[in-house]
Write a protein that binds this ligand. Structure first.
Ligand SMILES: Nc1nc2c(ncn2[C@@H]2O[C@H](COP(=O)(O)OP(=O)(O)OP(=O)(O)O)[C@@H](O)[C@H]2O)c(=O)[nH]1
Ligand SMILES: [Mg+2]
Length: 442
């Protein structure tokens, strides 16, 4: 799976990597080829269109990092977009509060429901007691199949006996599971060649009766875009919560896996990668995207480049402090850096002494605060930024007006700045600027 797409993308990127400079023209050429590669991989055409537009916008507007080539930068952007396309992060099954939690598998005939029910039971049974029930009264030996699989993995399996109604079977199985102390009950349902009213009616009734914690659509990746369209129908008619893609070990082109989340809006949670009972894996969008692009090395390169940027800013800061002391301008630049790094509170908390500082706590450093602080410093003149002592009452009023904040905001900022400046001085005196950089990760 994905081999063809991976090969194609690799050769597209090879061409791009050779280029020293990226302009709109060669980005567009590359995007045209990526578009073809995705369409050939059977990705939904609308998904492809949106994807390409998104990459184009980001590629052309993005700032190229030092020490990677622009081509590598495009690979990075494509990688990020692929991860997003597949749902971003891997998701767990939602069991809800009820015990046992009913998990219902739905899908067309032969997509792998019964096999997947057993595989999933095996996987979940590492943490929970799992019970299996087959609601397939139509295919001869369907229940037998599940019973045999259940034995292999030591999961409990409901015996329907003389019961003939799928809804009744599920209801009684649920009762039995409750009695026997199972925590999860996986319901394997019957499949049909096509979506038909009878099947949907039956599934709806089962849903009503057991109120599943999660309804999982089992999609056969070999059926390509049909798997996506059928999934859409199941979602409309019954409502699904997530997807398990089976037969990912086959030679399907991969388009279904890439389109599902974007078209149906439900995440793929697991993938079937073989006929054996242990051939079920948690789906990781990140890893899948890396596999499609065959690119672990580039990612680490990009990470390094990003680290270099921080290093460079730190050096600049060091120089500037040596020369002029820690100015408000440095303060603003550092805040911008922090913003790039993520949750401000966590970072401030890491700095010894700073987490406890009362006025900093008052500052409630969230994103809005950052915007405010930046606006205030932006409204100062250069002279003020390098010498806060000249900022008197009149100037404070002007700065507040210019930044759309209040004089109190300006006062608070200046107070924080002075405290940080004092700390910076202490650090740099104690054991040099190195400790400062160690202690200030920004
Ligand atoms: N290679 C491979 N085969 C699989 C996978 N999952 C299921 N199969 C095979 O697909 C076939 C159909 O699987 P079942 O689990 O019986 O499918 P089903 O959806 O329960 O079928 P019905 O009950 O008839 O609707 C079996 O031969 C399975 O071994 C997978 O991830 N990889
Ligand atoms: Mg079955």
């Amino acid at each position: 799976m994905f081999e063809n797409l991976a090969d194609k993308l690799e050769s597209i990127f090879k061409k791009l990597k050779g280029r020293g400079v990226l302009n709109e023209e060669n980005v567009n050429d590359a995007l045209k080829e990526i578009r073809m590669a995705l369409l050939e991989a059977d990705v939904n055409f609308k998904v492809v269109k949106d994807f390409i537009e998104d990459v184009r916008l980001r590629a052309i507007g993005s700032e190229v990092l030092d020490s990677i080539t622009p081509g590598q930068q495009v690979v990075k952007i494509v990688h990020e977009r692929l991860v997003d396309l597949m749902g971003g992060v891997s998701a767990n099954i939602k069991f809800g509060a009820r015990i046992p939690a009913p998990i219902m598998l739905v899908g067309l005939q032969g997509c792998g429901k019964t096999t997947t029910a057993a595989k999933l039971a095996r996987l979940l049974s590492k943490e929970k007691r799992v019970y299996l029930v087959s609601a397939d009264i139509y295919r001869p030996a369907a229940m037998e199949q599940l019973a045999i699989l259940g034995k292999q993995i030591n999961a409990g399996v409901f015996t329907a006996g003389s019961l003939k109604d799928p809804v009744e079977i599920c209801a009684q199985a649920l009762e039995q599971a409750k009695k026997d102390g199972y925590e999860v009950i996986i319901i394997d349902t019957a499949g049909r060649l096509h979506i038909d009213d009878l099947l949907m009616e039956e599934l709806r009734k089962i849903k009503e009766k057991v109120n599943p914690a999660e309804i999982i659509y089992v999609a056969d990746s070999m059926t390509g875009q049909d798997a996506v369209n059928v999934g859409n129908k199941f979602n409309e008619l019954i409502g699904i919560d997530s997807v398990i893609m089976t037969k990912m070990d086959g030679d399907a082109r991969g388009g279904a896996a890439l389109s599902l989340k974007a078209v149906i809006g439900k995440p793929i949670k697991f993938v079937g990668i073989g006929e054996k009972i242990d051939a079920l894996e948690v789906f990781h969008p990140e890893r899948m995207a890396s596999r499609i692009l065959g690119m672990g090395d580039i990612l680490s390169l990009v990470e390094k480049a990003q680290a270099t940027i921080d290093e460079k800013t730190a050096l600049q800061l060091e120089k500037s402090i040596r020369k002029n002391g820690f100015s408000l301008e440095d303060f603003r630049n550092q805040l911008t850096q922090i913003k790039k790094m993520g949750p401000l509170k966590d970072i401030l908390g890491m700095i010894p002494g700073l987490g406890k500082m009362k006025s900093l706590k008052d500052m409630q450093p969230d994103d809005r605060e950052l915007v405010k602080v930046t606006a205030i410093i932006d409204s100062m003149t250069k002279k003020e930024r390098y010498n806060h002592l000249i900022i008197d009452g009149r100037r404070r009023k002007r700065i507040a007006l210019g930044s759309g904040t209040s004089v109190q905001d300006v006062n608070r900022l200046l107070k924080n700045y002075v405290e940080i400046k004092k700390m910076m001085k202490k650090f740099s005196q104690k054991d040099g600027i190195k400790s400062l950089r160690r202690n200030f990760p920004f």
